[in-house]
Design a protein around this ligand. Structure first.
Ligand SMILES: Cc1cc2nc3c(=O)[nH]c(=O)nc-3n(C[C@H](O)[C@H](O)[C@H](O)COP(=O)(O)OP(=O)(O)OC[C@H]3O[C@@H](n4cnc5c(N)ncnc54)[C@H](O)[C@@H]3O)c2cc1C
Length: 356
């Protein structure tokens, strides 16, 4: 792209176009701001291997996730709105069918069903017996949503390209020049630069002090011709509709990993588990891998640098990018434009000392 287009002062340079960069540019556009998204499409993005699920209750105790009553309705509307702009249906409500993998999980479900229950529903195991083994019964989580991330990310990228707001390049924070009006990078001037480059920020000299704790996750894309594709299925593994009769099956959380490559151990483990769970045939089509930009506190990093006020970050989404990204991207743009405070648990303020 012709860089002369950017010679005037922009409001923002946004680095990365995964979930977070997509939402930052969406809200910058909504605020009527000028920007360019600089994304190196050769660097793997966690967002392109994620299953796209927002599940309001998780874990062994089936408890509600952090602030989900706020995030869930916010996300549903945001993904519907961006879908409308792209003329695509990219979000739908899809219940999670729980195939209890152990007596303990079955008991957790029963307990939670009778205590402060918002999202759980009983269902009939017989409905699933044609294609799955369900010796310990089943349950259901309602109001979970599924997002077609690939359609959203590629559709939004095309829109940015059409409006000359996208550069397919790597941006190295060392190449930034900071001046009185903001920042300059390769002749592009902007009032602010926002980093949404996932694990890329771990190497960024301005944000090295953040407590990143990346973790590796893998998934298989599997064809399961006879499985109804209107629900998400959860046993020890999750089976999520991907496209037509293809399903995303995963995942794992590896905090200590040697490389970011697909592992044969994962593939064997999932194939074995699927063969035990399913009564119907399946074929593995593809093996995906990604590194989640997670962190020790399990809360995102959102805000402007305490010293370099033109440099900001929206990151650390961990396992929950789908629900956190739209909400906190909006929060960061609102903070920049109107000074709206960022939720204290997510705000960069808490790292003030480690970033000095
Ligand atoms: C297997 C797996 C399954 C998952 N499933 C779910 C799920 O179901 N639901 C959920 O909510 N979350 C899920 N997640 C987590 C989710 O993927 C992340 O929280 C989210 O994608 C993080 O988005 P991001 O935009 O911060 O980072 P990324 O998606 O990694 O995007 C960063 C972008 O920046 C670009 N980039 C990097 N460095 C540079 C640079 N120097 N210059 C320019 N561009 C650069 C990259 O190319 C990339 O496009 C899953 C993750 C994995 C690995």
């Amino acid at each position: 792209m012709d860089q002369h287009h950017f010679h005037k002062q922009l409001d923002y340079i946004i680095v990365g176009q995964g979930l977070v960069g997509t939402w930052l540019s969406y809200y910058a556009l909504q605020a009527g701001k000028t920007f360019v998204v600089v994304n190196d499409s050769h660097t793997p993005a966690a967002s392109s291997v994620a299953s796209g699920v927002i599940n309001p209750v998780t874990g062994r105790r089936i408890v509600q996730t952090w602030m989900i009553d706020t995030f869930l309705p916010y996300a549903l509307k945001a993904y519907s709105d961006i879908g409308q702009q792209l003329n695509k249906t990219i979000v739908k409500e899809a219940p999670v069918v729980l195939i209890h993998p152990s007596a303990q999980m079955q008991e957790s479900f029963e307990y939670r069903y009778h205590h402060d229950n918002v999202y759980l529903q009983k269902n009939n195991a017989a409905d699933f017996e044609a294609f799955m083994h369900t010796p310990l019964g089943t349950g259901q989580i309602n109001h979970s949503i599924w997002i077609d991330l690939n359609s959203m990310l590629t559709g939004w990228r095309q829109k940015l390209i059409d409006h000359q707001q996208y550069l397919d390049e790597r941006l190295d924070a060392d190449d930034l020049k900071i001046n009185n009006d903001g920042v300059e990078w390769k002749g592009i001037h902007a009032k602010r630069i926002l980093f949404s480059d996932g694990i890329g920020s771990m190497q960024n000299k301005y944000f090295k002090g953040l407590s990143f704790a990346p973790n590796k996750g893998e998934a298989l894309i599997v064809e399961i011709k006879d499985l109804p594709n209107q629900a998400i299925y959860k046993h020890n593994l999750s089976i999520v509709p991907w496209k037509d009769q293809l399903f995303w099956v995963g995942s794992n959380y590896e905090w200590q990993y040697e490389d970011a490559k697909p592992s044969s151990a994962f593939r064997t483990k999932i194939e074995t588990a699927l063969a035990q769970l399913l009564k119907i045939p399946f074929t593995v089509i593809e093996h995906l891998v990604g590194i989640r930009p997670a962190n020790q506190e399990r809360r995102p990093f959102v805000g402007m640098h305490p010293v370099y006020s033109a440099i900001g970050i929206c990151n650390g989404m961990g396992t929950k990018g789908c629900s956190l990204a739209p909400y906190f991207a909006n929060a960061l743009i609102a903070h920049c434009e109107n000074g709206t405070p960022i939720h204290p648990e997510a705000s960069l303020e808490r790292f003030k000392l480690s970033l000095l």
